[in-house]
Design a protein around this ligand. Structure first.
Ligand SMILES: [Zn+2]
Length: 263
């Protein structure tokens, strides 16, 4: 066990450092990734680490792709391409809990599906955010179906929905291949459904009770607070002030895991 934990720590440190050097993670984000990587690899094992890496590598790569197109929209997002510890924990804390549960209670049969479902949800959500902005027409708000600015919280589009399904399926295929023998294809469906519903929950919160701000200088809606990219203080226009984007992502991961467990 000590050997696996040390190996997990070593691998996580290598990846966190590389991601920090590539500006995919901030310094605090790298510490968060080191913690999560050590838990998931060290307590779960290599199969668990493969799913975490699949999420991390595909999300970081998609963030970088289509950079020019996204640069004009990026100010709408809470943070840029570099993920900090809040984002890292929001995406991976739930998965880390299930990897720990598996280690301390190896007889529990549902920890793998819950783990994979939580990663499928955050992966679906990240892919949708990164690819949805390429949709040729304006996205619509998931609640009122009114067209809104590209990149708005709670907005859905055709490309975004396809990316959501693809992101969930990507993790689900790995989850089915690497999971307990004999359950593979039943798990595949469960993980896809849980991932898509978790991501939908994220959009619903974004359209309703997530804290949304406005920059009086740029006259733009934003998730950024207290300061906009331009340096002006943002003013809250709707939502609950404590419910920021990280909390919403944490909720997305949790809903994915719970639906995975129920199914
Ligand atoms: Zn501004």
């Amino acid at each position: 066990m000590l050997l696996q934990l040390s190996l997990g720590f070593l691998f996580a440190a290598l990846i966190a450092f590389a991601a920090y050097r590539a500006h995919s993670l901030s310094k605090s984000g790298a510490w968060g990734a080191l913690l999560e990587g050590t838990i998931i690899f060290g307590l779960g094992g290599w199969r668990w680490a493969v799913l975490l890496l699949a999420f991390f590598v595909s999300s970081s790569a998609l963030t970088r792709l289509f950079g020019k197109k996204k640069a004009s929209l990026n100010e709408k997002f809470d943070k840029g391409g570099t993920r900090d510890i809040g984002q890292v924990l929001a995406n991976g804390a739930i998965a880390s809990i299930f990897a720990s549960l598996h280690f301390f209670f190896p007889a529990l049969s549902w920890t793998w599906v819950a783990f994979a479902a939580s990663l499928a949800a955050v992966n679906a959500d990240t892919w949708a955010t990164e690819l949805g902005v390429l949709n040729p027409s304006l996205p619509r708000l998931v609640t009122s179906w009114k067209p809104v600015e590209c990149g708005s919280s709670g907005a859905v589009s055709l490309y975004g929905t396809l990316a959501t399904t693809g992101g969930a399926a990507f993790i689900a295929i790995l989850g089915a291949l690497l999971g307990p023998a004999g359950r593979g294809w039943a798990n595949l469906e469960i993980i896809i459904i849980a991932g898509v519903l978790g991501s939908l929950f994220d959009s619903l919160l974004g359209a309703t009770i997530q804290a949304i701000y406005r920059c009086p200088h740029c006259d733009k809606e934003t998730e950024k607070h207290p300061l906009h990219t331009c340096g002006t203080e943002t003013v809250q226009i709707r939502g609950l002030s404590w419910l920021n984007n990280d909390m919403v992502n944490l909720g997305c991961a949790l809903v994915g895991a719970v639906i995975g467990m129920i199914l």
